[in-house]
Design a protein around this ligand. Structure first.
Ligand code: PMP
Length: 403
C-alpha cells in the first residue's frame, strides 16, 4: 500500500477541541462509580423533565420541520420578556436563537476574528472559548483574573506590550467559568471604555448570571450601556434549564443580524425546532422564576456542602474560591499538596472514583498546574462529600508517591 496522507486545510491545526467536552465520553467509558465534578452541568434531579416530556409530546404543527434561522418567533418573544424582566431592553431584530451558547461563541469569532487577530481572554477562562477563537486563527492574549474578575486595569499595559489592539475581548462576567469570580461594576465600566478606545468587541458570555444565590447583583454590560454596538451577548438555556436542549441566543446590534443569519445558515440552517418549542412552552407557562428560585437555593446548598467537605478533608492545604452563584469552585493546592500536578492527579482521581477538570485546560500556556475546577451543581451534598473524600485519598496517593 502506498503511503497516503489526508490533505488538511491550514485551519485544521487550530482545531484543538475541549478537554471539558471530551470528559463526557471518557466518563461514559468507565465501568466503576465516579462522582462527577467535571462537566458544568445541572444535576439530573434539577432538570424539569416532567414538563419537558409533556411539551415534547404535545402536537404542534411544523414541529418536525425546518424552522426560521433566526429562531421560532414565539421563543424570541419569550426571550425578550425574560431579559426585559431583568432590566435589559432588547428587540426582536437583536436576537438570534442559537444551538447553545457554543454556537454564539462560534458566530462571534466567525464574524469578528481574522487569522492573526488579537483576542484578550481571561486567565483562567472557559476552555471552549479559547478553542473557538483558536479555530479562527486568533492570537490569544491571556490577562489575569482575581476575585473581582478580569483585572481590567492591567489591560492597557498588556495591550501596549502586545503592540496591537485586540479585535475582541472575551469575558464571562458572572460566576466565571472556571473561577466563579464576578466582574465588579467599576471594571465593567472601564472595560466598556477600553473597548471603545480600541474599537474592540466585548464578547459577553453569561450562561450563569440568572443563577445568583447570594450577594447583590452587578449590572450587566447591556444595563450599563444599553444597545452598545460593541457588546455581543452570548446566552444559553443550558445551565438554567438543560444542556441537552441545545438552545441559546445571541443579543447583538441589529446591523449584525443578517450576517449572523447568513453565518448560521451555513452551520445548521436552524436550531432544532422541537427543543425551541419545549423552551417556549416552559417560558409561556411562567415556570422560569419559580424554577430559578428553587435551583439557586439548591446550588447554594451544594456549594456550601462542597466548601465544607473541602475544609474538613484538606484544611489549609487547599485554597478555594467562594462564588455567589453559578456552578464552579476553583481550587489551588497549597501546603503539603502545593506541588501536585492536577493533570497527573486526574488519572489517579479517576481510579479513586472522582472526576474534575485540571487547571491547565483553562489557560493558553499550560499554567495553573496545581489548580483544578470542581462543578458543585451536578451532585447532591452526600455525593459531594464522597467525591471530596475520594479526591483527598487520590491527592494523598500522589503526594505519598503511592499513585
Ligand atoms: N460559555 C460558558 C462560560 C460555559 O460555561 C458554557 C457551557 N459550559 C458555554 C458557554 C456553552 O454553553 P452551551 O452548552 O449552551 O453551548
Amino acid at each position: 500500500m502506498p503511503a497516503t496522507s489526508i490533505p488538511l486545510a491550514r485551519r485544521a491545526a487550530g482545531l484543538v477541541g475541549s478537554v471539558i467536552d471530551s470528559s463526557t465520553s471518557l466518563l461514559a467509558g468507565q465501568a466503576h462509580d465516579i462522582v462527577r465534578f467535571a462537566m458544568g452541568a445541572p444535576g439530573d434531579d434539577l432538570i424539569p423533565t416532567g414538563l419537558f416530556d409533556r411539551y415534547y409530546g404535545e402536537p404542534s404543527p411544523g414541529k418536525y420541520g425546518y424552522g426560521a434561522t433566526e429562531g421560532e418567533p414565539a421563543l424570541v418573544e419569550q426571550i425578550l420578556a425574560l431579559v426585559r424582566g431583568r432590566g435589559v431592553e432588547s428587540a426582536a431584530e437583536r436576537i438570534t436563537v442559537t444551538t447553545g451558547g457554543m454556537q454564539g461563541l462560534d458566530l462571534a469569532c466567525k464574524v469578528f476574528v481574522d487569522p492573526g487577530d488579537l483576542v484578550v481572554v481571561e486567565g483562567p477562562t472557559y476552555t471552549n472559548g479559547n478553542s473557538t477563537a483558536l479555530s479562527y486563527g486568533a492570537d490569544l492574549l491571556q490577562a489575569p483574573l482575581d476575585e473581582h474578575g478580569l483585572v481590567v486595569e492591567r489591560l492597557p499595559d498588556l495591550v501596549k506590550r502586545a503592540g496591537r489592539t485586540p479585535r475582541a475581548i472575551y469575558t464571562i462576567p458572572n460566576f466565571q467559568n472556571p473561577s466563579g469570580a464576578t466582574l465588579s461594576a467599576k471594571r465593567r465600566e472601564r472595560l466598556l471604555s477600553l473597548a471603545e478606545q480600541w474599537g474592540s468587541v466585548i464578547i459577553d458570555d453569561d450562561p450563569y448570571g440568572l443563577l445568583r444565590f447570594q450577594g447583590t447583583e452587578v449590572p450587566g454590560f447591556s444595563q450599563l450601556a444599553p444597545r452598545h454596538p460593541l457588546v455581543f451577548s452570548v446566552r444559553t438555556f443550558s445551565k438554567i434549564l438543560a444542556p441537552g436542549l441545545r438552545v441559546g441566543w445571541v443579543d447583538a446590534d441589529p446591523e449584525l443580524r443578517q450576517l449572523l443569519i447568513n453565518a448560521k445558515q451555513v452551520m445548521d440552517t436552524c436550531t432544532a425546532v422541537p427543543t425551541q418549542r419545549m423552551v417556549t412552552r416552559f417560558l409561556q407557562e411562567g415556570h422560569l422564576d419559580g424554577h430559578l428560585a428553587r435551583v439557586s437555593g439548591l446550588y447554594r446548598a451544594r456549594k456550601d456542602a462542597m466548601l465544607d467537605s473541602l475544609h474538613r478533608h484538606f484544611g489549609e492545604d487547599v485554597h478555594s474560591t467562594d462564588p455567589e452563584g453559578g456552578f464552579f469552585l476553583w481550587l489551588t493546592f497549597t501546603g503539603r499538596y502545593a506541588d501536585i500536578d492536577t493533570q497527573q492527579l486526574f488519572e489517579v482521581a479517576l481510579r479513586h472514583g472522582v472526576a474534575y477538570i485540571p487547571g491547565p485546560a483553562f489557560s493558553t500556556d499550560g499554567s495553573f498546574t496545581n489548580a483544578l475546577r470542581l462543578c458543585f451543581a451536578t451532585s447532591a451534598p452526600d455525593r459531594i462529600e464522597e467525591g471530596v473524600a475520594r479526591l483527598r485519598r487520590a491527592a494523598d496517593a500522589m503526594a505519598g508517591g503511592r499513585a
